[in-house]
Design a protein around this ligand. Structure first.
Ligand code: KMT
Ligand code: NI
Length: 181
């Protein structure tokens, strides 16, 4: 089961601090802001019918792996810094964790950060247009499969990107309905 929580304080000297709070966030609450979570055995997923069905149904035709550690990622410091800038993408960000762990932070409907702990076997889908960021944890290593529909576009659009079409679509799909409740 995925672990997620509202982070305890926004400012910290080290982004890799867990910032645990007692306000845990459920899968249903993640779904309300458009974040999807799946779990597959990371050693056998390529033979897993549920994984293959998801991949096929959604048209995830592209895949590559990214290994985030000082030893394996070129331009490590710059990449880590840009992962942790609050940003959005024009497409879904889909990550299946093969090894290691880290945190994806996403904005809740009320603007608070939700920290999602990602470990081996977690598959996370962040919808196009959601503001988010990523950090390693103190183990300083994650390896993930990056899935994409078609030719990948990884470009981050740093906040504010409020007038982008994908942001407007995201807001009308997930945030307008939620705040009207
Ligand atoms: C991203 O786009 O933030 C990343 O690829 C982070 C590393 S994958 C867990
Ligand atoms: Ni991103």
């Amino acid at each position: 089961m995925v672990r997620a929580w509202h982070i305890l304080q926004e400012e910290t000297d080290d982004p890799r601090d867990a910032l645990y709070s007692d306000e845990s966030v459920s899968i249903e609450e993640l779904a309300q802001v458009g974040v999807e979570y799946f779990k597959f055995d990371a050693d056998t997923f390529e033979q897993n019918d549920d994984y293959l069905k998801l991949k096929n149904d959604r048209g995830y035709s592209y895949g590559d792996t990214i290994s985030v550690s000082r030893a394996t990622l070129p331009n490590f410091d710059a990449k880590i810094k840009s992962f942790f800038e609050e940003h959005l993408h024009t497409d879904d960000e889909i990550r299946f964790i093969l090894e290691g762990s880290g945190y994806f932070d996403v904005r809740d409907f009320d603007g608070r950060w939700i920290r999602i702990e990602c470990v081996k076997g977690d598959l996370l889908v962040l919808p196009a247009g959601i503001y988010h960021r990523f950090t390693l944890d103190k183990k300083d290593y994650i390896k993930a499969l990056r899935l994409f529909i078609g030719v990948p576009v990884w470009t981050p659009h740093n906040k504010p990107a409020d007038s982008m079409k994908e942001r407007l679509d995201y807001v009308s799909k997930y945030l307008t309905a939620t705040t009207a409740n």
